[in-house]
Design a protein around this ligand. Structure first.
Ligand SMILES: *Cc1c(COP(=O)(O)O)cnc(C)c1O
Length: 385
């Protein structure tokens, strides 16, 4: 039988045509397609500004720099995320800490956050930035998280890598209604793709300008913003230390083409999740809870085994893999990665996250997955349980 991957991109003839057209246009990079893609994403998510970069990792790094995160500062995120949500703090020389999850949703727990902020305020260890992560494309509870962050003057960066096309309390994720900056990933396993690529959205013109400048070496090209008074007509100015984090026009063309289908992709992912929900109803597992005020983009279908038994988790996981079913764990807790253990984190630090990681399994889910494949996944799971 054919192996079933856990995720897979969809490339249509229209996508191929769009990239071919970009390939024969005058600009392979730094042309007009990148700002067109930025404008389209900004319009789609209801943000004033969007800055395209070569990955969500780069977008997280630039977002932290734009918020002036640096040595001596602290960044908090969820332990159940991809390592990039935490590493962006380390790139800036900041210390990284974590806030435990709500076991039902897998998302940062607003009550745990509130308690941790109160304790940090009492002993002078408040973070400068918090990165809530919209795991599986379901938004964190941004209203209580933003209320808690505002109380202590903490800035929010939403890691919305999974969540383009999602909504929270009626607003598109990425509108930054409750945050300074939101970040999307366009890696092939995510909702839409540019091969590698990412985007930061914000409603703050200064943050957008800072991220755009840092994306391209810290170089300023607007003459009225030059620091030196006697610049020649050929000049540009490097005003700070930036990077080459640019997205190419070929990638932007692919992104623009994929974005046309966003609505349909998210609807199809929700439909596939509903099929799983029905097929799984008689099994001793449960899908992560999606709160009523969230419309998820359903990047992942994560089940949790009801038995809290790491040995059973491993056996079921291996059994599915052996049957050619590409299950994954999203994610092993970041604080238990060897790099973060060396910074002092250890088992027991975040019990809800650790219990999640010994019971969660991401089932295959991508547009084009057939109902018979979904049945095969669930039947194999039933036999293993
Ligand atoms: C994929 C992902 C990233 C990193 O995205 P890249 O575009 O691969 O750099 C960051 N955070 C989360 C939660 C992700 O899933």
């Amino acid at each position: 039988m054919q192996p079933i991957p856990y995720g897979r991109q969809t490339i249509t003839p229209a996508d191929i045509e769009a990239v071919s057209a970009a390939l024969t246009s005058p600009f392979l990079t730094q042309g007009p397609t990148v700002p067109a893609f930025e404008a389209a994403v900004a319009a789609r998510v209801g943000a004033s500004h969007a800055v395209a970069v070569n990955s969500a990792t780069s977008a997280l790094h630039l977002a932290c720099l734009a918020l002036d995160l640096g040595p001596g500062d602290r960044l908090w995120t969820s332990p159940i995320t991809f390592v990039a949500s935490a590493n962006c703090g380390r790139y800036c020389g900041a210390d990284v800490a974590f806030v435990d999850i709500d076991p039902a949703t897998g998302l940062m727990d607003p009550d745990a956050l509130q308690r941790q902020l109160a304790a940090a305020a009492a002993n002078g260890t408040l973070p400068k930035v918090i990165v809530p992560v919209h795991l599986t494309g379901t938004s964190c509870a941004m209203a209580p998280i933003a209320a808690a962050a505002d109380r202590y003057g903490v800035q929010l960066i939403e890691d919305a890598s999974h969540a383009i096309g999602a909504r929270y309390a009626g607003q598109p994720v990425g509108s930054c209604a409750h945050s300074a900056i939101s970040v999307f990933s366009f890696h092939p396993v995510k909702i839409i793709t540019t091969a590698e690529g990412g985007m930061a959205t914000t409603n703050d013109a200064q943050l957008a300008a800072r991220m755009a400048r840092l994306r391209s070496h810290g170089i300023e090209r607007e003459r009225e913003l030059f620091e030196l008074p006697d610049a020649g007509p050929w000049a540009y100015e490097q005003q700070e230390l930036g990077f080459n984090y640019r997205l190419t026009d070929l990638q932007a063309a692919l992104g623009l083409s994929q974005l046309q289908r966003l609505e349909a992709i998210v609807a199809e992912r929700n439909r596939l999740l509903q099929v799983y929900r029905d097929l799984l109803s008689s099994l001793p597992v449960r899908l992560l809870h999606i709160p009523a005020d969230c419309h998820s983009s359903v990047h992942l279908a994560v089940i949790r085994l009801q038995e809290q038994d790491p040995a059973q988790h491993r056996r079921v996981f291996e059994g599915l893999r052996a049957a050619g079913i590409g299950v994954q764990l999203h994610y092993a807790p970041v604080h238990l990665q060897p790099y973060y253990r060396r910074l002092g984190w250890k088992p027991g630090d975040f019990p809800a996250a650790e219990a999640y990681a010994s019971s969660a399994i991401s089932l295959p889910l991508f547009p084009g997955l057939s109902e018979s494949d979904q049945q095969r996944v669930v039947n194999t799971l039933r036999q293993l349980l």
